[in-house]
Design a protein around this ligand. Structure first.
Ligand SMILES: Nc1ncnc2c1ncn2[C@@H]1O[C@H](COP(=O)(O)OP(=O)(O)OP(=O)(O)O)[C@@H](O)[C@H]1O
Ligand SMILES: [Mg+2]
Length: 381
């Protein structure tokens, strides 16, 4: 375990000794103020201890820092547990408060609570799905890939419906979510792992869902901060999957943490053209992200074949999902993702796509490809 702690305040040998003696941190650094940590790109310590014993009040920059870096754990050290200072601290996003007289037990307890929490969070990859056109099956694909990943990770997968309002992912999962991604954006100052967990709903398939809202936003929101929500989710989940609205440019601009962005297309001329443009724009905006395309509702008799689509989108299409409207619709109506059922090509395609994204080899798929059963177990070529 390596955990860094930064103390903001006047150097105090006794405080440093208590922190080091807690056995919870491996490195302690000191800063006079928060200015170098506030920037959105500034590297963050695992724990930030803000010593306000001398100045009394919580530094105004702290709330800004927490908005930029919701995952940063903050401990406030005050002269006394004065309710006004504690309230100020809570509003700024402080997780723990300790006060004089300083003692080892208090320091240990605060750091154990924070770092114990953090130790559970794997920084898992984030996969985003965006449709080249409306109705191509983006939500179907995102939901089923996420469901497969939830199975593979024993439930440690989160699907975020990034349609801020009126998205459909909850319907596909038979979920009745009380809170939404809008609640996260409306309460950015409170956003930490605990708060995120309270907004998430566990669905019947074992997948966690941060749903879309069934109401419009009540005030102007800083949608650009969605990136912080995604980052925080990734710090906690083995896999985070995003259902991305194609027409919301601010959301499309918040995908810096995405490892793989999948453009979902079909074989209609307008969709293929949009897929090409979308893939090119995403590659230019996110040079470190792998941008690929899948064809949903694959039609082997279509005038536009796989090679045509590959030429337009620039890259191999490794996954084609067969068309099975009856089965897809039934799954949606039942609120039970297709990927939970085996022995059909749709489910096998989504499973293969999920395994491919996660870098997990599927022995059955390998055997199928070499043993003459190609296409039966997966939609991979
Ligand atoms: N492989 C498939 N075969 C047949 N029907 C499918 C398939 N995938 C999705 N569908 C159906 O297509 C319809 C649209 O799917 P979905 O809601 O996933 O699309 P979307 O791209 O997310 O739409 P929107 O643009 O409204 O968000 C649904 O009725 C769904 O059941
Ligand atoms: Mg959708």
């Amino acid at each position: 375990m390596t955990s860094g702690l930064t103390i903001v305040g006047k150097r105090d040998a006794k405080l440093e000794e208590l922190v080091r003696a807690s056995g919870q941190v491996t490195a302690v650094t000191w800063l006079a103020d928060l200015s170098t940590l506030v920037d959105a790109k500034a590297a963050q310590p695992d724990v930030l201890l803000v010593d306000v014993r001398q100045c009394g009040g919580v530094p105004p920059q702290l709330a800004t820092l927490k908005r930029q870096h919701p995952a940063t754990n903050v401990v406030l050290l005050a002269a006394t547990l004065d309710p006004t200072v504690m309230l100020e601290g809570m509003r700024a996003g402080v997780s723990e408060c300790i006060a004089e007289p300083l003692c080892q037990d208090d320091v240990n307890a605060a750091l154990t609570r924070l770092l114990g929490h953090q130790a559970k969070g794997p920084d898992g990859p984030v996969f985003a799905f965006v449709g080249a056109k409306g109705g191509v099956g983006t939500t179907t694909t995102a939901v089923n890939v996420a469901t497969t990943l939830a199975k593979l990770s024993s439930g440690n997968t989160l699907l975020i419906d990034l349609h801020l309002a009126y998205g459909d992912a909850a319907v596909f999962l038979g979920a009745d979510a009380r809170f939404s991604v809008l609640d996260a954006l409306e309460n950015l100052h409170r956003l930490d792992l605990q708060f995120l967990k309270s907004l998430v709903c566990r669905t019947a398939s074992g997948l966690d869902l941060l749903a879309s809202a069934d109401r419009p936003a009540t005030r102007l929101l800083d949608v650009r901060r969605l990136g912080s929500v995604i980052q925080l989710a990734a710090s906690q989940y083995a896999y985070t999957v995003l259902d991305v609205p194609r027409s919301d440019l601010t959301v499309l601009d918040s995908l810096d943490d995405v490892a793989n962005l999948v453009v979902v297309a079909n074989q209609e001329l307008a969709t293929v053209r949009n897929a090409g443009r979308m893939a090119a724009a995403m590659r230019a905006r996110y040079p470190k992200t792998s941008v690929t395309t899948v064809i949903n509702r694959m039609d082997g008799r279509s005038e536009i074949n796989q090679q045509d689509v590959e030429k337009v989108v620039g890259g191999t299409i490794a996954h084609q999902v067969p068309s099975d409207y009856r089965r897809a619709l039934l799954a949606m109506h039942k609120g039970r993702p297709l990927a939970l059922d085996n022995h059909n090509q749709l489910a096998a395609s989504f499973t293969a796509l999920a395994r491919d994204l996660a870098g997990l080899e599927d022995k059955k798929t390998v055997r199928a490809a070499t043993g003459g059963f190609k296409g039966l177990l997966s939609g991979r070529r």
